[in-house]
Structure formats: structure tokens, C-alpha cells
Design a binder for this molecule. Structure first.
Ligand SMILES: C[S@@+](CC[C@H](N)C(=O)[O-])C[C@H]1O[C@@H](n2cnc3c(N)ncnc32)[C@H](O)[C@@H]1O
Length: 437
């Protein structure tokens, strides 16, 4: 099947995705058969590339504008503030991902006829519909934590003749009764891989997910292969993305004033020759991803430039350590303040230096190994870099899918979470042609 006969807007989108090699030929029939417009609500908030803002569009008022966004390579917010906001709220909490991101991740998922797929993060249901069209609706199960979002997606899938099983609950637990799966795909950002997913995939199965650290909001898509022993998974990153996070993986940041109630007075002072460009780069700079791997439990927040000055703050997430670097136009050295048990700026500067000394490796040079009780990032190829060891809980520790008892899964601890930072999940103008969800 080709794009012939598909509406003009969608056909233009398909051609553009094909040219950019995000849409592969094996996904063209599903792209042509399943319109994203069929999965969008009448009132929605697409990201407008030209103005660099999120706009409000209602099908009942502006039908042609509504369809042009539905057929554009932009992310579209469909829910705010976990459904508490009437209309537009503060934090986007459900969306239809950018089509280019959807098809990049489906490409990475490498599905074959007859395989069974578990999706975490149903959202609108469009991604589940594409999978169901390709594999058959009986071979796809999708999990959505928000019951209203799950109900809407279930209805839309049924209307399209693809009655996929939509489970309304926390996707971190996976779907033990339906396991094992050949493929597991997450369409929300992760800060650790839930052990249940490894236990619920076949040995040799693939897990594709946006993964990152709290250092910055951006993620990278990781493609993990579950080992023959069924106890660990390993794989490489395929490129940058930014997703709204799994609810329990949101940034646990208490706010600037909790860290710095009395200003910088009393903090240790020094200077640095690191430049603002070296530290921040562009939105999807590998340097930020790499530094986040080395500097654990740290959140970086860059303020907007004002009057030639730009402060960048660092906050420790396990104590109240903080650091600030003030970049000023025309000055060779930036002023640094550090306070608390950790010297966060020293850690960041050392991590940046490590990445530069390693030849500034790209995303595809990093990999992730996940075992039952830890995940480790490594730089590939070559020596193993045992940095960024992070504990995950032991609910799935060493257990096969059959042995993973639901009571143990349910007993797992939950971290306290705060809402996303204002920037989290929002696309910005610089997202044009990049990777947004
Ligand atoms: C970017 S949207 C998913 C896009 C979707 N796949 C589509 O095709 O439209 C992320 C979704 O993940 C859901 N989510 C967040 N945390 C979750 C969790 N713990 N379990 C299941 N779903 C979750 C959000 O409610 C949101 O609907």
C-alpha cells in the first residue's frame, strides 16, 4: 500500500516522514490506514512551530486549522494537570506525540507479524492503533494510568474497529497476566526501567523507552534486549527525545526557595572558565545527557538571560546542596557559588571534562544495562563505565514472568513526586525538526 488516496495533509506528512527516514516502508500501510485525527479531542493544544508556542484549537470553531495540526509533525497536548484543569492548565499531562517520534520508536521496536506488544502510556490511543493495525488488535495491550484518558482511548480504538485491551492502571507494574510479551514500548519518559517489564518480556524480547536522568528534562530512546536468563536487559540509545514523564518518575524538586532561602551569602565562591555554550549547548545537547549520567541526583535549571547575565542553578535531590554559575556577557570567567554537603558545580565540571576528554561521544555511543536491582549506563564501544548506578526496587528480582507475584508488585514503594517543572514536557521553538512527544 502507498500513500495514494490518503488526504492531502496526511499524505504530505507521510512523504516528509519517509524522506527523513523516520517512517519506514513497513509502517506505511498503518500510517495510511490510521488517521491521527481520529484519536484527537475536539479541543486540543498543538505546538505551533512558527510561533514557538502551544496554541488552543477547537474543531468546532476552526475545523481546517484543527485538521492542519492533526496532520502536522507536532506534539499535541490533550490533557493538563492530570485532568484537574478545565481547559488549558499549567502542566501538560497527556498528549499525542509528534508523528516523527512515534515512527522512530516504532522503527526501533522492530515488530514482526505474530508478535505481542505491551504499550505503557496509551494517551490518545493512536500508537496502540498503529500497532493493532499492523499486528492485530488481539496482539496489543496498552496501559494508561488516567482512567478518563483510558476510557476515551478505548472508545476511539473501538470506533476504528481495533478493540485493543486498554488497562486503566499504573503501567510500572506491567501486565503480568498477559506476559510474556515480545515487545514492550513506553511512551512516557522514565528515570529507571521497571523490573516488572524485564520479567514480563520473553528472553530476546525488546524494550523501547525514553530514558534519562533528572539533570535535565530531555530523554534518549533506549532499545534494550532482554537476556536469555530473563534477568537483565541491555542495549544502546538511539537518539534524543523529550517526553512527559511516567507519573511516579516526575522531578522530585521542592523549589528554589527551599534550597536558597537567604540568597548566595555564605556560599563558597570560585570562578570557572567553562562557557555557557559548553555547559548548556542546544536543547538536545549530548553533553547534558552525559553530565546527567555522571552527576547523580542533581537537577539543573538554566534561567533566561537578563541584562547580559544568565544564572544556571544546580540542586541536589537527596540533600539541600546547591550551586550557581553566573555567566555574564563579555567576561572570560563565570562566578560560581556552592553550598551544602556536595560540591555540585565541581561534579558537573568534572563530568563535562570527562565527556570532552572522551572525544564528545554521541547518544549512540552510550548504552544501558538493567539488572534486577540496578541499571548502569556505559559508553560503547570499549571500556565499561560503571557510572550512574542506580537502585531500582527488587519486585521483579530474578523472577520469571510466572513467578512475579502480583502482591509483591503491588507492595512496591512509590517515591514522593512533585509536578513537572514549568519546562517539562513543553516543546519550544528549538524543537523544530527535532524530537518531541
Ligand atoms: C505522551 S502520552 C502517550 C502518547 C500515546 N502513546 C499516544 O499515542 O497518543 C503519555 C501518557 O502516559 C500516561 N502515563 C503517565 N504515567 C503513567 C503510568 N505510570 N502508567 C501508565 N500510563 C502513564 C499519561 O497519562 C499520558 O497519557
Amino acid at each position: 500500500m502507498t500513500l495514494d488516496g490518503v488526504g492531502e495533509g496526511r499524505s504530505a506528512l507521510g512523504r516528509s516522514l519517509l524522506e527523513r527516514k523516520t517512517l519506514t516502508s513497513d509502517w506505511v500501510p498503518s500510517f495510511a490506514a490510521i488517521s491521527r485525527a481520529d484519536f484527537l479531542p475536539e479541543l486540543m493544544w498543538p505546538y505551533d512551530m512558527d510561533s514557538g508556542t502551544t496554541v488552543t484549537v477547537d474543531l468546532r470553531d476552526e475545523p481546517s486549522l484543527w485538521f492542519s495540526y492533526a496532520d502536522a509533525d507536532v506534539p499535541i497536548v490533550t490533557q493538563w494537570d492530570d485532568g484537574k484543569a478545565e481547559g488549558r492548565g499549567n502542566v501538560p499531562t497527556s498528549s499525542a506525540s509528534m508523528p516523527s517520534v512515534v515512527f522512530r520508536m516504532l522503527r526501533d521496536l522492530d515488530v514482526q507479524a505474530g508478535q505481542r506488544v505491551l504499550e505503557i502510556g496509551t494517551g490518545t490511543g493512536w500508537n496502540a492503533a498503529l500497532l493493532a493495525h499492523r499486528l492485530g488488535h488481539d496482539n496489543v495491550v496498552t496501559i494508561e494510568i488516567d482512567s478518563a484518558v483510558a476510557t476515551a482511548a478505548r472508545d476511539r480504538l473501538a470506533r476504528c474497529g481495533l478493540p485493543v485491551l486498554v488497562l486503566a492502571r499504573d503501567g510500572e507494574e506491567g501486565d503480568e497476566p498477559g506476559a510474556p510479551y515480545d515487545r514492550i514500548i513506553a511512551t512516557a519518559g522514565l528515570r529507571s526501567i521497571p523490573p516488572a517489564w524485564i520479567a514480563q518480556a520473553w528472553p530476546g524480547g525488546l524494550i523501547v523507552a525514553p530514558w534519562g536522568t533528572h539533570y535535565c528534562a530531555q530523554d534518549a530512546v533506549v532499545r534494550l534486549e532482554v537476556a536469555e536468563d530473563g534477568k537483565h536487559a541491555e542495549g544502546r540509545f538511539t537518539g534524543p527525545v523529550e517526553f512527559m514523564k511516567l507519573r511516579s518518575h516526575r522531578l522530585p524538586f521542592a523549589g528554589h526557595d527551599v534550597y536558597v532561602p537567604h540568597g548566595v551569602t555564605g556560599a563558597d565562591r570560585s570562578t570557572t572558565s567553562v562557557t555557557v555554550d559548553q555547559l548548556l549547548g542546544d536543547r538536545f545537547a549530548v553533553s547534558s545527557f552525559a553530565v546527567g549520567l555522571r552527576v547523580r541526583d542533581c537537577y539543573r535549571q538554566a534561567a533566561a538571560e537578563r541584562d547580559g547575565a544568565r544564572p544556571v542553578w544546580f540542586y541536589g535531590l537527596t540533600d539541600k546542596s546547591w550551586a550557581c554559575v553566573m555567566f555574564r556577557d563579555g567576561q572570560d570567567e563565570a562566578q560560581v557559588w556552592q553550598s551544602g554537603p556536595r560540591r555540585l558545580w565541581d561534579e558537573v565540571a568534572a563530568a563535562l571534562d570527562w565527556w570532552q576528554q572522551a572525544g564528545e561521544p554521541g547518544y549512540d555511543r552510550f548504552g544501558l544495562t538493567v539488572t534486577a536491582d540496578s541499571s548502569t549506563t556505559r559508553r560503547t564501544p570499549g571500556t565499561y563505565e560503571p557510572h550512574c548506578r542506580r537502585r531500582t526496587d527488587r519486585a521483579g528480582s530474578g523472577k520469571s514472568a510466572a513467578a512475579l507475584r502480583p502482591d509483591r508488585v503491588a507492595a512496591r514503594g512509590r517515591r514522593r513526586v512533585q509536578p513537572l517543572s514549568p519546562g517539562g514536557g513543553h516543546p519550544t521553538r528549538s524543537a523544530r525538526g527535532t524530537s518531541r512527544a
